[in-house]
Design a protein around this ligand. Structure first.
Ligand code: NA7
Length: 538
């Protein structure tokens, strides 16, 4: 439906979430003309879409899940809780948009349907759902690592006539569970966060669980004014710590190993961290949990014992017992998840022994029988990390499609660039630390690097840059070497693409965040080693 003249910019950014917002700010500071497109009606990306009950930030938690580029911004924003609710994170992002006047360069409710590279002009053209066509020298894909909802194809699911919501596309109007029989499919972070909240209101909740999960207490608590003041006062030191940490967390690096401690010492440390809650359970326990089966078992056993203690009914507790290596699926922080199974109105269906056969207009039928329901909540996750790039499916040199190039592997260099797709940059794409890093900080660091490469082109009169196929190959080997030194690739997860049928199955994130940022800085220092440049077209 494209009509009208083409708009011209230096850069088009796709996505106005955490990454796209920073990209816009940074590029404007560089003096470039920028247009951002986003399908949503306001900023926030993942935080705009994921409004399901119980949605909270985890990872580094508040106040450290934030931008760091502006000390004033950090100093003027108050966070109320350590694991901020979705609405609080979104309010922060809205404030950022106001404070830096971002919205004037963002076109909302506009979906980019097509992006293609014109080799002769060395420019990208995008076609949008609103009919606007734009041409730009650079294309930045800030399309989100957790944005493309995974909709399960289950026989009869489209016949179900009750309310049906995916957690990643939650309605903006309030959803009432009052008096309703609700089925929830999925027990990842979204299911685990929402189930206790839904159970508080609903008549009955049926949890349809495919894989039991380890979940750890979130330890959510109010941030005291003294803590907020200390974070502000020591901000430079805190930020330096975040930059040095492998995950971008404000945590000290330690060298403790589970196998180096006695069973009593381990138990005491796990118990202390369990009581405190938060991601500190991973960052402040042991370094060998993700690499040694034996070490891993010590943490897994500890959590399994906790589940047995929390859940009163032994049969339900056994169904909830995870059996994969702990931490090899995305760790989950919970607020009363296992406790919810002690309520009379919550029941668990173990889909491994009692699989879903089909849906009807009014029920879900599993092998053991029919469960009448009024509402279905799909907490079934995302086509993660690479899914949103594949959905965009840009066309590079000679019209080659990304879907074609990524059929067997997500070829990329530095997690930022793709050969045959000149002047296209990804933020949090496959091959980068992405979801293994504090996302706002990672977006800043990747975008700053991209900005320097753009300046390099400008200063030298160059028109296009793309990685060589050899450098992509070497990068893939480097990413794989880190992953294969761990237990992560040995478990089916969205990290390995195993949740999406037909997707290449391998662990595509760069695991060592602090090494990654040094690596990309070194590449820049060596005159962008591994890249091929083209002189600017006349
Ligand atoms: P996740 O972590 O991918 O969880 C999705 C859940 O849905 C998981 O338990 C899946 O089971 C389950 N699932 C997916 N498809 C099906 C079908 N067809 N049948 C039954 N069960 C299914 O997504 P979340 O949204 O919870 O979390 C994603 C990230 O968002 C999270 O890490 C935070 O960063 C926020 P499986 O384990 O694949 O057997």
């Amino acid at each position: 439906m494209t009509s009208g003249p083409t708009e011209h910019y230096d850069v088009v950014v796709i996505g106005a979430g955490v990454s796209g917002m920073y990209a816009l700010h940074h590029l404007r500071e560089m003096g470039l003309s920028v247009r951002v497109y986003d399908g949503a009606s306001d900023v926030g990306g993942t935080w705009w879409y994921n409004r399901y009950p119980g949605a909270r930030v985890d990872g580094p938690g508040s106040p450290f899940y934030c931008y760091t580029f502006s000390e004033e911004l950090m100093k003027e924003w108050d966070w109320a809780e350590t694991q901020s609710e979705q609405s609080a994170v979104l309010a922060y992002l809205e404030h950022v948009a106001d404070r830096f006047d971002l919205r004037r360069d963002i076109q909302f409710e506009t979906w980019v349907n097509e992006a293609r590279y014109d080799e002769a002009a060395q420019r990208w053209t995008v076609e949008t759902s609103t009919g606007v066509r734009a041409s730009a020298r650079f294309l930045i894909c800030a399309v989100g690592a957790l944005s493309t909802a995974n909709m399960p194809e289950i026989p009869g699911i489209h016949d179900f006539a009750g309310e049906c919501y995916h957690t990643g596309q939650w309605p903006h109007e309030p959803v009432s569970f009052e008096g309703k029989r609700v089925a929830v499919i999925g027990t990842g972070s979204s299911g685990v966060q929402s189930i206790p909240e839904i159970a508080r209101e609903a008549a009955h909740v049926t949890v349809l669980q495919r894989t039991p999960q380890y979940a750890f207490p979130s330890g959510n608590r109010p941030i005291t004014p003294e803590e907020m003041a200390a974070a502000r006062r020591d901000w430079n030191a805190v930020r330096a710590k975040m930059l040095a940490n492998p995950g971008g967390f404000p945590a000290d690096i330690h060298t403790r190993t589970a196998l180096g401690d006695t069973p009593e010492e381990r138990e005491a440390l796990y118990e202390k961290l369990w009581q405190r809650g938060g991601f500190q359970f991973f960052t402040e326990s042991y370094n060998d949990i993700a690499i040694s089966e034996e070490a891993n078992a010590t943490m897994a056993d500890f959590v399994r014992a906790k589940i047995r203690k929390i859940v009163h009914d032994p049969e339900t507790a056994e169904k909830l017992m995870p059996d994969h290596f702990v931490m090899t699926k995305r760790p989950i922080l919970d607020n009363g998840y296992f406790e919810a199974f002690n309520r009379d109105n919550v029941s668990l269906v173990d889909l491994r022994e009692d699989p879903i056969e089909r849906f009807t207009e009014t029920s879900v039928i599993t092998r053991s029988g029919e469960h009448p329901i009024d509402m279905l909540v799909l907490a079934t996750g995302f086509d993660a990390i690479s899914g949103s790039m594949l959905r965009l499916d840009p066309k590079g040199r000679g019209g080659v499609s990304l879907k074609e190039r990524w059929r067997d592997r997500f070829h990329n260099y530095l997690g930022l660039t793709i050969s045959s797709f000149p002047n296209l940059f990804m933020i949090h794409g496959p091959g980068s630390p992405g979801v293994f890093y504090n996302m706002p900080l990672g977006a800043e660091r990747q975008m700053d690097w991209i900005g320097k490469l753009m300046s390099h082109l400008r200063e030298r009169g160059l028109g296009a840059v793309e990685p060589t196929a050899d450098s992509e190959e070497a990068w893939a080997n480097e990413v794989a070497a880190f992953a294969n030194a761990t237990l992560f690739p040995r478990t089916d997860s969205w990290w390995t693409g195993a949740n999406i049928e037909g997707k290449p199955r391998y662990f595509s994130a760069y695991l060592a965040g602090s090494i990654y940022y040094q690596r990309i800085a070194d590449v820049a220092a060596k005159d962008y080693e591994g890249f091929a440049f083209e002189p600017a077209a006349r």
